[in-house]
Design a protein around this ligand. Structure first.
Ligand SMILES: [Zn+2]
Length: 309
């Protein structure tokens, strides 16, 4: 049995996979996002809950894989920056801490990469896949030739900071009009403020479905920028499938329909792009399993099998 954790800004989702890769247990615990020590404690707690759910001690698990939104050193399992979790100083030795306190081997991965590996496993017959994760941050994960592609400096797929509109809103990175500055959850919430639990993107598509003219306009713009990101990914690595994931994609099929329609308008008339059939190749990330946690577990299993081979 191997565990996977997907550490998000507010919640941590966990799974246990059996040797055949089937999900045997899932847990969901709040993430303590106020600094390194709190984060370590909530991660240890999630792991303990998972082990209990399958009647094991944490040390009896084969390993644990952890996906975390931040800059990760996959070699030593440290997290350098995870700003939304209050980690932004000395590297946090997440893998070493879990091994020390829970007696289990741990592998740490960037959360978008983990989700991409999980989605690729779910889709099965796809060897080249891009997952455009649209949440607080925006980035793409890439599985190419069946292998997760991190890049030379770990920056493969960091297209959230490609500037699409030099006159657009300022981005946290210092540029203007980055993809992240126009389609992230906070960017949508600035244009479509909501109170309470419903995400801004979900509220926006609901208002657009009621034909609220301003919502229709904002959704068209967001979908247009997402269509531009899909074209960018298609023309860079031409994956079989481009998945939309992350918190914004929880707005679901109305958002997908808007992106497909924006793609049709954008690329349909272009002889180079029309035949690429992009509207059909864009899909929502599978929601039958938590792909981030599943991917983290599978990457940990892969790493261990290489280490012992
Ligand atoms: Zn930026």
């Amino acid at each position: 049995m191997i565990a996977g954790l997907d550490v998000g800004g507010s919640k941590t989702l966990g799974v246990v996979l059996d040797p055949g890769g089937a999900v045997r247990a899932t847990v969901r615990v709040p993430t303590a996002g106020d600094g390194g020590d709190a984060l370590l404690a909530s991660t240890v707690r999630a792991l303990a809950d998972l082990a209990t759910a399958v009647g094991l001690a944490p040390s009896e698990l084969e390993a644990v894989g952890i996906g975390i939104p931040g800059v990760v050193n996959t070699d030593d399992g440290t997290v350098r920056h995870a700003v939304n979790l209050g980690v932004n100083g000395d590297p946090l030795a997440l893998a070493a801490h879990l091994t020390e306190t829970a007696g289990v081997s741990a592998v740490v991965e960037n959360d978008v990469n983990a989700a991409t590996a999980g989605a690729a496993a779910m889709l099965g017959d796809v060897t080249d896949l891009a997952l455009l994760s649209i949440g607080t941050g925006v980035a793409a994960g890439l599985v190419l030739g069946g292998t997760l592609r991190r890049g030379h400096r770990g920056a493969a797929g960091e297209i959230g900071h490609v500037s699409l509109d030099p006159a657009g809103p300022p981005c946290v990175c210092g540029q203007r009009g980055c993809l992240e500055a126009v389609v992230s959850g906070p960017a949508i919430a600035r244009r479509w403020p909501v109170d309470g639990a419903t995400g801004a993107a979900t509220a926006l598509v609901a208002a657009a479905e009621r034909s609220d003219p301003r919502a229709v306009q904002v959704l068209d713009e967001v979908a247009g920028y997402l269509a531009a990101a899909v074209v960018l990914l298609a023309l860079t690595v031409d994956p079989d499938v481009i998945l939309l994931g992350g918190g914004v994609a929880e707005a679901g099929s109305p958002l997908l329909a808007a992106v497909r329609s924006a793609l049709g308008r954008r690329v349909g008339p272009v002889p180079l792009l029309g035949p690429l059939d992009l509207p059909r190749r864009v899909r929502l990330v599978p929601d039958t399993v938590p792909v981030g946690a599943v991917g983290a577990a599978r990457l940990a299993r892969e790493r261990l099998s290489h280490a012992t081979a």
